[in-house]
Design a protein around this ligand. Structure first.
Ligand code: 13P
Length: 274
């Protein structure tokens, strides 16, 4: 029985859903200060069953590391492509420097970087390798455009993004996969439960088929126009292990509400399985 309880406990620890907030190019010190104060108070009042990860702009990482409850982990939104910790690369910030200021995660291959900075799958892969070299986890983003969705090539696009963006050294221990359909980002057009389920199922078959232990699967998170009012529907899709929230993560009340819905969902799931 003891053994059963322990494995159950490890199972649930590993199964913690993720709520990742991506602030993109938003946020001042004043904003970060108010956000940290409110979120800390909420966390001290209530135990949450989720792993919260915040990805502020680089300028605020150090401040938030000092001022946010340490239960919240930090992610950078990008890293230099080089594996070196230092060097003559004006304007770049290495993965080792990001780790040094307290991050455990780095988002790589966000569609906004792929689009505005012409980051190819190969660059995304090199960046993920730089993240591993600095002992952090990579949150690798994939997703199709509206034109690709309409032409029925969603899975084909996702498949080549995964094949080409994931380093050979990628494992569930160093990588989280974020599915963010480009047409759902910042548009208010959230993907339906069936659309999310279809892609997450596809990703799960591609990445986790051989993994017999549930606790050792790649975590698959969804992102795109998430609000507290649509979280329950998104979580009802298959193989959704968490959320990557953009705009709504800037507003502490809304972000907290999202965390609460995810935590409640997790509680119900754990009761059903116990
Ligand atoms: P929105 O939630 O603002 O649509 O952004 C999603 C996103 O790009 C998170 O990385």
């Amino acid at each position: 029985l003891q053994e059963y309880k322990l494995s159950n406990y490890i199972f649930w620890l590993n199964m913690k859903h993720l709520v990742i907030g991506n602030w993109k190019m938003n946020g001042t010190l004043a904003h970060a200060s108010e956000f940290a104060q409110h979120l800390n108070e909420k966390l001290w009042q209530e135990e949450m069953l989720t792993q919260i990860i915040l990805s502020p702009p680089t300028t605020l990482i150090n401040y938030l590391k000092q001022n946010l409850d340490s239960k919240i982990k930090l992610a950078a939104q990008d890293t230099a492509v080089n594996k070196e910790a230092t060097g003559a690369y004006t304007g770049d910030i290495s993965a080792a420097m990001i780790k040094d200021i307290g991050c455990d995660y780095v988002i790589v291959g966000h569609s906004e970087r792929r689009q505005y900075h012409h980051e190819t799958n190969q660059i995304v892969r090199q960046k993920a390798e730089a993240v591993y070299a600095a002992n952090m986890m990579a949150i690798i983003c994939v997703g199709e455009s509206m034109a690709e969705k309409e032409s029925g090539s969603t899975c084909k696009v996702i498949e080549s993004q995964i094949k080409e963006s994931l380093p050979v050294s990628a494992t569930p221990e160093n990588t989280i996969i974020a599915y963010e359909p480009i047409w759902a980002i910042g548009t208010g057009l959230v993907a339906t439960k069936d659309e999310i389920g279809m892609v997450h199922n596809f990703l799960n078959n591609m990445l986790n088929k051989e993994r017999v232990s549930f606790a050792k699967r790649y975590k698959l998170v969804y992102g795109g126009s998430i609000k507290s009012s649509n979280v329950a529907e998104i979580l009802a899709a298959s193989y959704v292990d968490g959320l990557l929230v953009g705009g709504a993560s800037l507003l502490w009340k809304e972000f907290w509400q999202i965390i609460k819905v995810v935590s409640e969902h997790q509680k119900i799931m754990s009761l059903e399985c116990s």
